[in-house]
Design a protein around this ligand. Structure first.
Ligand code: ADP
Ligand code: MG
Length: 457
């Protein structure tokens, strides 16, 4: 994020903290930062009469954010769409009417880029979403939807476990659509926020505005739809929102932590609709994808990560991308404290120790344990696995054990080689690649490995 973006994010955050949701939505959510130049920020408002509100209520916010980010007092020039008329005389009284008119009027002319959408996180893009076997269909569907809103896949329903990139993909869709059409009317929110917003409007007896906000969109991105379970009245409203958008061929994308069929306590008619379009699952990334993700993310840090380190880290966290990112943050902390320039396996191991302890799934496993369990499974002794015999079933067990040692343990390739009777690290590499390519063709091998892994853990 550049400094302007940081500044704008901060303004939005402070505004959100200081305003009622409805005021934020109306006065702030459509505002755009055009640029910050010198100590002047140019902010685009889609209607001149919003300027007064900004001057009266958000001056402090701008000053605070200005000092935080630029260490300077930032003053603001407000700009408006040329299409909108000059401010009305009796602003205060006519605001409501303006609002209603505005929603029905034709779209304002395009704001000048760069701008930042209030809900959508600019850092989550398709470009930095690493593709693997686990997410390629979800990514392809998300891209297809971005190129053809309301077209083939409506709704798109993406589901999968925590930390696997659902929120990332949802934002990537938003960013792509905005890039192609800065005027697109988009809303991204969690279903939690949807519930709160709904209840707030209900309380304020302001459902008309709620409906207008949600039913006049080109693209509605709702994250974590499973939170709507047990929320009957919100489900009812969401049902109507969904129908209104769908009937007008407006795009809806939903994410969930589970398959729609397992969304118990959600109305059947909603679940049915969720399955109208395309349902796509994201599964945990495999070893190679985890390495690719790490390789991609570690570019953000000012150190060299050795290949061994990345391999090591990929072996430590196997269910969740957020853990991989967390590990890099742990390392960053340690490296900063010690002023390191290169991250070795030892440094990485030290940095992530406490993270691993809090996650029982990532318990340390010894090479010996792997050799024993693999040996038991194939009826081969540990001695034979470490030895030099080239009988086929022993060679296979040895290669599987090396494969698992690379996947499940702390150790570098040379260290693994050493534990296998002093072999070279290229032998371990070869074994790893061999098993990996066998796994592609041979489903029963995958089952064997899963059985062994469960014994080891
Ligand atoms: P979810 O919403 O499924 O719980 P997130 O989208 O919040 O997961 O992802 C958690 C973190 O992992 C985010 O920082 C995200 O950028 C990152 N992430 C997940 N999958 C990928 C991927 N395939 N490539 C790059 N980063 C990813
Ligand atoms: Mg999420």
């Amino acid at each position: 994020m550049n400094q302007e973006q940081v500044f704008w994010e901060r303004v939005l955050q402070l505004a959100k903290d200081n305003l009622k949701q409805s005021a934020f939505d109306f006065f702030v959510s459509d505002a755009r930062l055009l640029e910050v130049s010198g100590n002047t920020a140019r902010i685009f408002l889609d209607s001149p009469f919003k300027k007064l509100f900004w001057e009266e209520n958000l001056k402090g916010v701008i000053i605070t954010a200005g000092f935080e980010i630029y260490n300077e007092q930032i003053t603001v020039i407000y700009e408006f769409s040329p299409a909108s008329s000059s401010p009305s005389q009796s602003r205060a009284n006519s605001e409501r009417r303006h609002y209603a008119q505005e929603l029905n009027s034709s779209p304002v002319s395009p704001p000048i880029t760069p701008f930042i959408h209030p809900d959508i996180k600019p850092q989550y893009t398709f470009t930095n979403f690493v593709q693997g076997d686990n997410n390629q269909w979800a990514k392809a569907a998300a891209l297809a939807v971005s190129d053809n809103l309301g077209g083939l896949y409506n709704p798109l329903f993406i589901f999968g476990g925590p930390g696997l990139g659902k929120t990332h993909l949802l934002n990537a869709i938003g960013n792509k659509v905005l890039e192609d059409n800065p005027n697109a009317r988009i809303k991204y929110l969690s279903s939690e926020t949807f519930i709160n917003d709904f209840l707030e409007h209900l309380r304020l007896n302001d459902m008309d505005n709620f409906k207008k906000t949600y039913r006049n969109l080109d693209l509605l991105l709702i994250d974590d739809i499973q939170s709507l379970r047990n929320k009957a009245s919100t489900q009812e409203e969401f049902f109507h929102t969904f129908n209104a958008l769908h009937e007008n061929s407006k795009q809806i994308v939903l994410t969930s932590d589970r398959n729609p069929d397992y969304l118990d306590n959600l109305e059947e008619r909603l679940v049915t609709r969720f399955k109208w379009g395309l349902t796509s699952e994201i599964t945990p990334p495999d070893f190679e994808t985890r390495i690719a993700i790490l390789r991609n993310k570690c570019q953000e840090y000012p150190y060299e990560f050795t290949d061994d380190t990345l391999t090591y880290l990929a072996g430590q966290f196997n269910s969740n991308v957020r853990d991989l990112e967390g590990a890099l943050k742990d390392i960053h902390l340690l490296a900063t404290m010690r002023k390191l320039t290169e991250i070795t396996v030892d440094v990485a191991a030290e940095a992530i120790r406490s993270r691993k302890q809090t996650n029982p799934q990532n318990m340390l496993v010894s090479i010996e344990k792997i050799q024993n369990e693999v040996g038991n499974f194939y009826g081969v002794s540990q001695k034979e696995i470490k030895g030099a015999k080239r009988v086929q079933n022993i060679v296979h067990a040895r290669q599987v054990a090396m494969y698992l040692a690379r996947e499940l343990t702390d150790n570098s390739l040379p260290k693994i080689g050493k534990e296998f009777g002093g072999r070279d690290h290229t032998t371990v590499m070869h074994a790893y690649n061999k098993i990996k390519s066998l796994l592609v063709e041979d489903d029963s091998l995958e089952i064997e490995l899963t059985t062994i892994r469960n014994k080891i853990r």
